[in-house]
Design a protein around this ligand. Structure first.
Ligand code: G3H
Ligand code: 13P
Ligand code: ZN
Length: 311
């Protein structure tokens, strides 16, 4: 099956009360682990590529790795640009064959966010590509996304109708308390999401697909393995999975997961070296990382997203 857009996936997910997993990819083993999980669970998938991933792996390599994944499976797969910083970044991804792009102009003022998003939507739609936009700002630090906690702000439900009507975007990322990275809450802090905002947005935009960024759960068993085998990830805390499951039954159709893949890979590699200090063949430890990604993604598909048997 060739690459697809997320249009049909989101329609079915909205009606069915589940969400599609959008997994960040940077290398071959991660792509293979995710796609093997999707294939075995018969789940649609979104493989997303950040600016940092394109810089790390070379855009040509990533595109061809994703195309190889598509060639070796029969599940619907979207190739999505994560956090496109401006029109040029989105244009470049669209010209390269991405079927979906995110324009992240959420740090701009409302009117400017609309103008930038509108321009991307016009270019994308002319070429059959769909566009995710963002309103509100998540906290967190990644390679290309860096928002201090004090600059983060929840999405205002009052703005969503005007924004989606004026821009024509196909899905909308909102800020309800998730954040990027592995340190989402402080120890002792009760993890909370603003389900009231999600519900209100859902009422204002019936049947419109909502996206959650920063939705890793940071599995504590994996963090414990990392810390046991020489790592240092004190107080890494994510979003409880039952909250994500609840969001998936509401208007949320796309759930972004990157940090959990990183944690799973790192735990597997650290454990591998602790148990096999004599190993030096990358296939041995990267093979373990790939298996860990597959196991994690299967768990997400079945227990968190609910997207199994929906391909
Ligand atoms: O939201 C950002 C993603 O987790 C990508 O992270 O920019 O480090 O590749 P990255
Ligand atoms: P996490 O850091 O929670 O995995 O979020 C990833 C993300 O939102 C990618 O766009
Ligand atoms: Zn994100």
């Amino acid at each position: 099956m060739p690459l697809v857009t997320s249009t049909e996936m989101f329609k079915k997910a909205y009606k069915g009360g589940y969400a599609i997993g959008a997994f960040n990819v940077n290398n071959m083993e991660t792509i293979q682990g995710i796609v093997e999980a999707g294939q075995e669970c018969k789940s649609p998938l979104i493989l997303q590529v950040s600016a940092g991933a394109r810089k790390y792996a070379n855009p040509v390599y990533l595109k061809h790795l994703i195309e190889a994944a598509v060639e070796t499976t029969d599940i619907p797969i979207v190739m999505h640009l994560d956090h496109g910083a401006d029109f040029e970044a989105c244009k470049s991804a669209i010209d390269d064959g991405f079927t979906s792009v995110m324009i992240d102009a959420s740090h701009h003022a409302f009117a400017e966010n609309i103008e930038i998003t509108k321009k991307v939507v016009a270019y994308a739609h002319d070429r059959g590509v769909v566009v995710e936009a963002e309103l509100g700002q998540l906290a967190g630090i990644e390679d290309a996304v860096n928002v201090k906690a004090e600059d983060a702000c929840f999405t205002h439900p009052d703005e969503v109708c005007e924004f989606t009507e004026k821009t024509g975007c196909d899905s909308l990322a909102i800020a309800i308390g998730t954040s990027h990275g592995a340190y989402k809450f402080k120890p002792g802090q009760k993890p909370q999401l603003r389900f009231d905002i999600l519900e209100e947005v859902g009422k204002r935009l019936p049947e419109f697909p909502i996206v959650l960024h920063g939705a890793s759960s940071v599995p504590q068993d994996k963090v414990a393995i990392i810390n046991q085998f020489g790592g240092k990830m004190p107080d890494a805390i994510g979003i409880p999975e039952e909250m994500l499951r609840k969001a998936a039954t509401m208007a949320v159709c796309k759930i972004n997961i990157d940090s959990d893949l990183r944690v799973a890979c790192t735990a597997a590699v650290r454990k591998h070296f602790a148990e096999h200090p004599d190993h030096f063949d990358p296939r041995q430890y990267l093979g373990d990382a790939r298996a860990a990604v597959k196991e994690l993604v299967k768990h997400k598909i079945v227990d968190v997203l609910g997207s199994d048997n929906k391909a």
